[in-house]
Write a protein that binds this ligand. Structure first.
Ligand code: GLC
Length: 442
């Protein structure tokens, strides 16, 4: 534990001090030789965007571990630039998680790393996380090491996943990070359930109640989509023309844009050209405003179907996350209006729900169909701060601290009562609590 240096003192309240120690204990307990598992039992490998959030938390306690968290993930980048959704731990039983390495079979795929991985990606928060880690403990050498890999990650998405209109697509709900969001229901309805492949005993249901997890029908469709992509060798040019799920997700694109801005900052420190990153970030932001934003609704929506012709009508918290970006004042006003309105009901008691409280598919319990996730509220909070909405940002912060104080570092929370759900000792819930306690930053 010698690399644990308390860089920032937790705030003065005694219960904050206890919370800080509890959060550090969760991260220590989930630390696994170079990176952090999201949860010891439910998610016993390395997950991509989890590591980005977790690095942001580790940066407050151990910058050494924060850097290792990101660099261990980037070490498993594919030669095409993709940063995989999951990097499998070779010492964990192969069937501890489904779909595991025997499903993805990446050993058979050219250009894959030494470690076995999934063939999908997750929201690209990594350049932003690298920048945050550097800000907590400046280390230009670290930035020099990770910059080429982060740039290659963004290049892969812009090259292989372009929607042709300036945005990038995802090919599976798991790539969105918001697995069973109602935003994917319409697209998923057309996907036949996999006849084979799903084990009769799903490992996730050994750890969490079935009514909190995706249904069997959804799981069968997830498996079918993943199989279809795998069977095309994960080659996007071959797979995408006939793929059943090709979606432009506002959260994914917003994080790509936010990370592109961070790449510009990183480039500035290490003497690389800044302008290309600034330009790309502005193009992404403009394309989001043009194609995903609905001024009447005051939020951003997903697109699917040929040419992105179908705009989702489902309002999810991911549609508020573009608040992270440099936006026109009237858009900021409208999105903040949505956050405080009846659909998301921003309060200091419970963090933002993952889905419209008044929506037809709203469910207090099931995963991404209502429950409040720490990372989503943290992202919105950062957006509120960016636009100087300090009072609302403080409200979100109070809600996040209230639920983790009362219920521990749960995976998600009931969006009405704040009761904890999903697994316990969840890494990003603990990590982002450390970030909140360490103080408000830009
Ligand atoms: C769930 C979440 C996903 C996360 C993963 C590991 O699948 O939906 O966003 O990355 O768990 O924590």
């Amino acid at each position: 534990m010698s690399e644990l240096v308390e860089l920032s003192q937790p705030a003065a309240r005694a219960d904050d001090d206890a919370l800080w120690r509890a959060a550090v204990a969760v991260l220590q307990g989930n630390w696994e030789q170079g990176y952090t598992v999201p949860s010891r039992r439910l998610y016993p490998h390395q997950w991509s965007w989890d590591s980005a959030f977790t690095a942001i938390g580790w940066a407050r306690v151990s910058p050494v571990r924060a850097r290792s968290e990101l660099e261990s993930l980037l070490a498993s980048q594919w030669t095409d630039g993709r940063v995989p959704q999951i990097v499998f731990n070779p010492t964990t039983p192969r069937d501890a998680y489904f779909p595991g390495p025997d499903f993805w079979r990446t050993r058979d795929v050219p250009g894959t790393p030494h470690r076995e991985t999934s063939g999908l990606v997750q929201p690209p928060l990594h350049a932003r996380a690298a920048w945050e880690v550097h800000c907590a403990d400046p280390d230009p050498e670290f930035l020099r090491r990770v910059y080429p890999r982060l740039r290659a990650q963004h290049d892969y998405l812009q090259r292989e996943r372009s929607d042709g209109a300036g945005l990038v697509v995802i090919v599976h709900p798991w790539e969105s990070g918001q697995d069973n969001s109602p935003a994917w229901d319409a697209e998923l309805a057309g996907v036949p359930t996999a006849a084979s492949g799903t084990p009769s005993t799903r490992p996730d249901l050994q750890h969490v109640a079935p009514d909190e997890r995706p249904t069997a029908a959804d799981y069968g469709r997830y498996v079918a989509l993943a199989e279809a992509y795998r069977d095309r060798g994960y080659r996007d040019a071959d797979a995408l023309p006939e793929h059943r799920f090709v979606v432009v997700d506002p959260l994914f694109n917003a994080l790509l844009c936010w990370s592109e801005e961070a790449l510009a900052d990183i480039a500035g420190v290490i003497g690389e050209p800044v302008e290309p990153h600034r330009r790309r970030a502005a193009q992404l932001r403009d394309a989001m405003l043009e194609h995903l934003y609905d001024p009447d609704a005051g939020q951003f929506f997903a697109l699917s179907g040929p040419g992105g012709a179908h705009r989702s009508v489902e309002r999810t918290v991911g549609g508020l996350v573009p608040l992270l970006l440099d936006l026109p004042a009237e858009v900021v006003d409208a999105v903040v209006g949505s956050a405080v309105g009846p659909r998301f009901a921003l309060s200091d008691r419970v963090p933002l729900p993952s889905y419209d409280l008044t929506g037809h598919a709203f469910d207090t319990t099931r995963y991404w169909r209502g429950p409040a996730w720490v990372n989503m509220s943290w992202l919105v909070l950062r957006g509120l701060q960016r636009h100087g909405r300090w009072a609302q940002a403080e409200t979100v912060r109070a809600a996040l601290l209230a639920v983790v104080r009362a219920g521990g570092f749960r995976e998600y929370f009931d969006p009405l009562s704040g009761v904890g759900r999903g697994c316990t000792d969840f890494s990003w819930s603990a990590a982002l609590t450390l970030d909140l306690l360490a103080g408000d930053r830009p």
